[in-house]
Design a protein around this ligand. Structure first.
Ligand SMILES: Nc1ncnc2c1ncn2[C@@H]1O[C@H](COP(=O)(O)OP(=O)(O)O)[C@@H](O)[C@H]1O
Ligand SMILES: [Mg+2]
Length: 360
């Protein structure tokens, strides 16, 4: 509608909040929202022997070991993109997020966020970005939600018009009207996450970093959060980088996925491409007339429940036509269902492959 077709105009409430002018240049001239080049981050760990005869020696002389959390990673995120940052627990997602908001320093390599160094320009950057670590809250525990918002308005010196407009927007889209006067400590996890998300948007950030925002949410709360983030990206043009170890959540939100495994970026592309690299794993379920387990050549039995047998099959190895031909030879089949494997399993298979490849 109104300004939708003008890519160089941000659609946040602007008032005169200082950074509103950034939309004056064309997107092509804008720096990457995030640029990470050859970044490495290590942590030193002290290990103490706690069993056996080494206990005393271990306590007195703890051994040091170095853990490489990020191993030469590089990627960029363009303004306006919505990027999923996926990987199993311990892969290095949160470490990356902490580097991007200046909480940690890289051991080597270069980082820039909205064209600035997160470490040197932390305060300036924080005025232009919003950060959420799903396992922490910025809300005042013993106060109503609205009080935390008001506090942010004052401390951040958010112009009244901007604050009012943003508050109305997040209250509506995140369904917060019933929660504004509730004490933060009385909120459910899903409500708390929505309130935290709302708070980080009050100053119209251009870039939002979300670390595990869907962790622990029930299905309804997840849907609500995912829908909201998509709207935020599409209608307000906010750049979003979101982490999760749950691929299904990420696939619903973003088009592009960056995957990290053991501190290395192992994939950067779309979700379909991810399925392709992993072969064409599919599922076929057969409902049997006589309840007897069938066998299909080239398919692996995964489960059997009340006469329904589910198989895994790689359609790159056994093409669909051939698979169906084989099934048609089994007389007692009453019903057949073929579908894609859940993305979670595709990934689990990939991680295993990458790990093995790394060892050879
Ligand atoms: N402050 C720290 N001190 C020591 N090790 C850490 C620290 N922070 C993270 N790590 C380690 O770095 C690795 C990556 O952690 P993290 O980035 O939190 O992973 P993710 O968020 O993907 O689950 C893990 O092995 C973790 O134990
Ligand atoms: Mg994490």
């Amino acid at each position: 509608m109104r300004e939708k077709d003008r890519p160089d105009t941000r659609m946040w409430a602007t008032g005169d909040s200082g950074h509103a002018g950034t939309g004056a240049t064309k997107k092509d001239d804008m720096p990457d929202a995030v640029a990470i080049r050859h970044v490495t981050k290590t942590f030193e760990r002290r290990e103490r022997a706690l069993t056996g005869e080494g206990v005393l020696r271990g306590l007195l002389h703890p051994r040091k070991s170095v853990l490489t959390a990020l191993d030469d990673i590089s990627f960029t995120v363009a303004p306006g993109e919505f990027v999923a940052y996926a990987g199993p627990n311990g892969a290095g997602k949160s470490t990356t997020m902490k580097l991007l908001c200046g909480m940690l320093m890289p051991g080597a390599g270069e980082l820039s966020v909205l064209g600035l160094s997160p470490r040197r320009n932390r305060v300036r950057l924080m005025r232009r970005m919003g950060v959420l670590f799903g396992n922490r809250t910025e809300l005042w525990w013993d106060h109503p939600v609205l009080q935390s918002f008001e506090w942010k308005r004052v401390v951040w010196d958010i112009p009244d018009a901007v604050y009012r407009e943003n508050l109305a927007m997040v209250t509506e889209l995140l369904d917060l009207s019933g929660l504004l006067h509730t004490f933060a400590r009385e909120l459910s996890l899903g409500q708390r996450m929505r309130a935290d998300l709302a708070m980080l948007l009050l100053h119209s950030p251009e870039l939002v970093l979300l670390d595990e925002p869907t962790l622990g949410l029930d299905v309804v709360a997840k849907r609500q959060m995912i829908g909201f983030l998509k709207t935020l990206n599409r209608e307000k043009g906010v750049t979003i980088l979101v982490t999760s170890h749950d691929m299904d959540d990420l696939e619903e939100m973003a088009e592009r996925v960056l995957m990290i495994s053991e501190g290395k970026i192992v994939y950067d592309g779309d979700f379909n491409g991810l399925r392709q690299v992993s072969g064409s794993l599919s599922r076929i379920s057969l409902t049997m007339e006589n309840g007897q387990p069938p066998t299909i050549e080239g398919a692996r039995l995964l489960s059997a429940r009340r006469g329904v047998y589910e198989f895994e099959v790689d359609l790159d190895r056994v093409p669909v036509q051939e698979l169906l031909r084989r099934v048609s030879l089994i007389e007692e089949v009453r019903d057949v269902e073929l579908r894609k494997a859940p993305i979670e399993e595709v990934i689990a298979g990939l991680y295993a492959e990458w790990k093995n490849a790394g060892r050879h």
